[in-house]
Design a protein around this ligand. Sequence first.
Ligand SMILES: [Zn+2]
Ligand SMILES: [Zn+2]
Ligand SMILES: [Zn+2]
Length: 156
Amino acid sequence: MEKETQSVLKKHNLSVTQVRVRILEIFLNANGALSHSEIEKAGGTTFDRVTVYRTLQVFEEKGVIHAIPTADNSVRYALCKETCTEQHHHDNHVHFVCNICGKTVCLDNISIPSVKLPEGFLPGQVQMIVNGTCDVCQSLPASSKRRLSEASSSKK
Ligand SMILES: [Zn+2]
Ligand SMILES: [Zn+2]
Ligand SMILES: [Zn+2]
């Protein structure tokens, strides 16, 4: 882990600091995208909000992580693939948000289909989020899924 975090930071021309290494570790250990507060929680009492916020900003600028907007207006972050560099993100994949456990995952192999805009419109960033039931929750007994059956039945 130690080596991996250092090589990621070097690749993106970032100096190795304790905070960056720790936050990167949290991402590498995470199963899916993380919210600001989850990162803070995982970091324990080591860093304050501002430090976490600033580190995430730098990571996003340098192509280490990408932001995923979610329905409740909070932002989650996920690690980028190797191809992302400073100012050049290539994260045109679909994101999946589980209605049951709230997990947000990158579907790296599913690209966002191109959208044909009316003349005169210039596309910027395109985001695509699919809500539903993730693979883990899908295998849960029906009783634990019931509370959200209303939400999912309206989508089928
Ligand atoms: Zn990226
Ligand atoms: Zn789930
Ligand atoms: Zn993603």
